[in-house]
Write a protein that binds this ligand. Structure first.
Ligand SMILES: [Zn+2]
Ligand SMILES: [Zn+2]
Length: 122
């Protein structure tokens, strides 16, 4: 997993999580936004509470989540797409998720590529 602009970590309660430096906008200094593989979405946590249970994780545990990490990597691209086409909020500042249908970032307003495609077709 070298060369990724984000870190894949393991949390004893949350499971495999992704720390993405680009996703830390618009949260308080004592907070940390992590992408949870189990729910395929970002959640904000208290930095001091979450970081004490954060570790590198066993390679096989990380390996089990490789497909999900790939999906995140694909949705993110080289950098997070700056704005949601639905509500115009910056993706780095919302608890977005990744849509498993279109493999794109899905905003908290519900906009992902599926929605954009449907809108175009209508
Ligand atoms: Zn939105
Ligand atoms: Zn979608």
């Amino acid at each position: 997993m070298s060369g990724d602009p984000f870190q894949v970590r393991f949390h004893s309660k949350l499971g495999v999580v992704i720390y993405d430096p680009l996703a830390q906008m618009g949260i308080a200094k004592d907070q940390l936004r992590l992408f949870k593989i189990s729910s395929m979405s970002m959640t904000s946590f208290r930095r001091d509470i979450v970081s004490k249970d954060l570790g590198a994780g066993e390679p096989d545990v990380i390996q089990e989540s490789a497909n999900a990490v790939d999906a995140y990597r694909a949705a993110r691209g080289n950098k997070l797409k700056p704005y949601c086409t639905g509500c115009r909020r910056h993706f780095g500042s919302v608890d977005f998720s990744v849509c498993t249908d279109c493999n794109a970032v899905r905003c908290t307003c519900g906009t992902c590529n599926c929605v954009a495609r449907k809108r175009k077709a209508a």
